[in-house]
Design a protein around this ligand. Structure first.
Ligand SMILES: *Cc1c(COP(=O)(O)O)cnc(C)c1O
Length: 447
């Protein structure tokens, strides 16, 4: 363990759970600041109208997306994933870990989203499209009523190639932004942190994207990217740490999920609570999705984030109330994890603020377990996820055994309703992982 920054030593005495995190122990944390939905929205800068605006924009772009990415034709140009019951996994987890989870277990397969193969196909792509629309409107090359498919014409591409998009990334965000920006015709520069996997950099370069590599962690890559972008008036920086646009792109998932639950004849109401488990890095993806779900299901949905024990930045920010003013390095953790998508040392202060009255709690999980869960899901359901995405499975595995969760169930008057509950594991990435890397992952056993 590295030494803790002196200014934070007092925290450990005040908050014993920080000591456990410092010792790399897995924790379950219930958010004491969660309020009812109505109060949580008081003074919120974002509302349901903003989510609907994002949804409408994605619909306008659907003809363009369908033209550039024919694999989206099935869904009419919407980038959406399946919601899949995984009863085999539920039984498997019970047999292997004695999880005893009641109710129905589902997998939201953002791991298989078109174009980027991860949850970043929501927020990342949405932000590129929003910026594209802004630019195109401003320069009179597109009107709201137009068929956006024309953005794929050479004339439009010639316009966009004068502009640059830049982003800092641990890998997946760079892939979603890089691929979509290249499709529109932009110049793209992705600033990759040290955790980024080689195959993700290779794939981007094959799309003509400039990939700059840094020794530093995610925050360092973002800082450099932001600085470089500021020097070029025709460059736009996608700021994952504070972007409202990105957040709203993620939030659109909720309305789509609600239609899928209806198709499966699954109710969500007072008698049928919904629990959602989402892997968390800087917070945008799980925060945006949770915000959207809260708008629809209000107090009937219970949102939990999952993070690696070495990089529990959102949990640390929420528990201490310091949000972006504290990093996992400040309590002596390295921030290094096999879960590259979650390798973030400092959380988004914006997301922390929005989630403070909404989030139900957090789980942290050791890297070794991510590979176990990955093999479990392959064995039980023949579905492959990348290790980061498997963090979400910590929720269903620990739910019944955690005293803190059981108190939460009690306090929220859910005890009698757990047989009718639905649990959704948000699978955030995996379909683009090359075969040889999948095999390597399957042979990876950590202590
Ligand atoms: C980025 C990512 C997340 C978390 O998203 P944040 O917005 O960074 O919190 C989760 N899983 C995977 C696979 C990711 O790539």
């Amino acid at each position: 363990m590295e030494r803790m920054a002196d200014s934070f030593t007092g925290l450990v005495e005040r908050l014993p759970i920080i000591k456990e995190m410092q010792q790399e122990k897995e924790i379950v944390w219930i958010n004491p600041d969660k309020t009812d939905f109505e109060r949580s929205m008081e003074g919120s800068e974002l509302t349901m109208a903003d989510v609907e605006d994002a949804e409408a924009r994605l619909k306008r772009f659907a003809p363009f997306i369908m033209r550039c990415f024919p694999e989206t034709e099935d869904r009419g140009g919407l980038i959406e994933s399946a919601l899949t019951p995984i009863p085999g996994m539920q039984k498997y987890l019970n047999r292997k870990y004695g999880s005893g989870l009641k109710g129905t277990l589902l997998l939201k397969q953002d791991s298989h989203l078109a174009i980027a193969g991860s949850v970043k196909a929501r927020g990342g792509i949405y932000e590129v499209l929003k910026h594209t629309e802004d630019l195109a409107f401003r320069h009179g090359i597109l009107k709201k009523e137009d068929n956006y498919a024309r953005l794929a014409d050479q004339e439009a591409r010639d316009f966009f190639k004068e502009y640059t998009i830049q982003v800092g990334s641990t890998g997946n965000l760079g892939m979603s932004i890089g691929i979509m920006s290249a499709a529109i015709g932009y110049r793209v520069i992705v600033h990759m942190s040290a955790d980024a996997k080689q195959w993700k950099k290779d794939l981007l370069r094959a799309h003509g994207v400039t990939v700059l590599e840094y020794e530093s962690d995610y925050s360092g890559a973002v800082e450099n990217g932001r600085k470089q972008s500021e020097q070029d008036p025709k460059s736009y920086f996608v700021d994952d740490e504070s972007s409202r646009t990105l957040f709203l792109g993620y939030a659109v998932a909720a309305g789509r999920l609600s239609a899928q639950l209806q198709e499966l004849n699954i109710s969500v109401d007072k008698e049928h609570p919904l629990f959602v488990y989402i892997p968390c890095g800087v917070g945008g993806a799980p925060g945006g999705i949770s915000f959207g779900l809260k708008q629809i299901y209000r107090d009937q949905v219970h949102c939990f984030f999952a993070e690696p024990t070495q990089a529990p930045c959102m949990a640390l920010g929420m528990i201490t109330g310091l949000h972006q003013r504290i990093s996992v390095q400040d309590i002596g953790l390295t921030g290094r994890t096999h879960a590259d998508g979650l390798a973030v040392g400092r959380p988004s202060g914006f997301v922390g603020g929005v989630m403070k009255p909404m989030l139900s709690g957090e789980f942290t999980v050791r890297d070794a377990k991510l590979y176990d869960y990955m093999r479990d899901l392959l064995e039980a359901e023949h579905i492959f996820l990348e290790p980061s995405a498997c963090a979400a499975l910590q929720g269903p595995v620990c739910f019944e055994k955690s005293e803190k969760i059981q108190n939460y169930v009690e306090e929220n008057d859910l005890r009698e309703r757990m047989e009718q509950a639905t649990h959704i594991v948000w699978a955030t990435g995996g379909s683009l992982v090359p075969e040889e890397i999948r095999e390597e992952y399957q042979q990876t056993y950590l202590d």
